[in-house]
Design a protein. Sequence first.
Lengths: 105, 238
Amino acid sequence: MTTKTEILVIGTNDKIRETVLRLLNTNSIWQATGVSTIDEAVVKCKETIYEVLLVGAGLTDELETRLTTAVKAIQPSIHIIPHYGGGSGLLFAEIYLALGTDNEA
Amino acid sequence: MAQTVLHTAASRGGADHGWLKSYHTFSFSSYFNPERIQFGALRVLNDDSVDGGMGFGEHPHDNMEIISLPLDGALQHKDSMGNIATIEPGEIQAMSAGTGIYHTEYNKDKSKPVKFLQIWVFPNKRNVDPRYDQKKIDVPALPNQLVQILSPDQDDAGIWIHQDAWFNLGKLEENTAVEYSIHKKGNGAYIFVLEGKVTVNGQELDRRDGFGIWDTENFTIRASTNAEFLIMDVPMEF
């Protein structure tokens, strides 16, 4: 059985976050989960080891800094990357670059 | 000494969805090439053709400056901010996606393709308020001049975006040349040939070739045929 690459997506726009999750989960070797707050992200990070935290739109600079600090304290090796574009255009390249190109579908 | 990068038209990624034919200068959607991610803040340069009556259904964007430049035909736009617009050649459209927008883009014509460039530039600030703008391009009376169509300044010529970027359109007659000065220290310029043949810094470029140049203050674009091109002057670090 192949272990899926776990990806956590945070963003405050529910519709965009759901779109991003749907797109990521079209890749059979990725398992993407969404949250909208730092507290939710912290809870998820205590339950599951994530390879990537994708930071979507809606968090202030201050909240993005707090998020990084909180998540890194639990999972120091997680790749935290900003998401740009809001859809499929850049999404896959962002994940491939974070994980290394051997993770392509 | 100037540094350069050449992306020939034939080396671009491609996607043929039947109703949509797209050439990607940089990695986009299912086209991924780790050597072709971006040129500084310029992240997407898509050369799209959409069949008559077809288009992109409702889809989201966030945190990106999205510029559309029609080359042939008319593109209909409708977004979640309430904007309904048509853009045609001689116009430019920009959206700051910021915290998030939804929009649709359709070919207004039912029978012939619409051809346009879609260009994405990383914003200099995340999570700005979404905005939409559209402007006519001020084509000069004299040939062989550059026309500024985009800048970071609301009061400057052309449309504006959240980035220290300047776009110019050029139209040169055969055997003429134009000098271009980079607008800001740390910026580079990406030249995309729309029609004809030009030479930049000794590099011959054909239709739809792309050429990036940086670590220089200025350069000359020389046309070996009648030519049209777009210069995208963007920060190399941002």
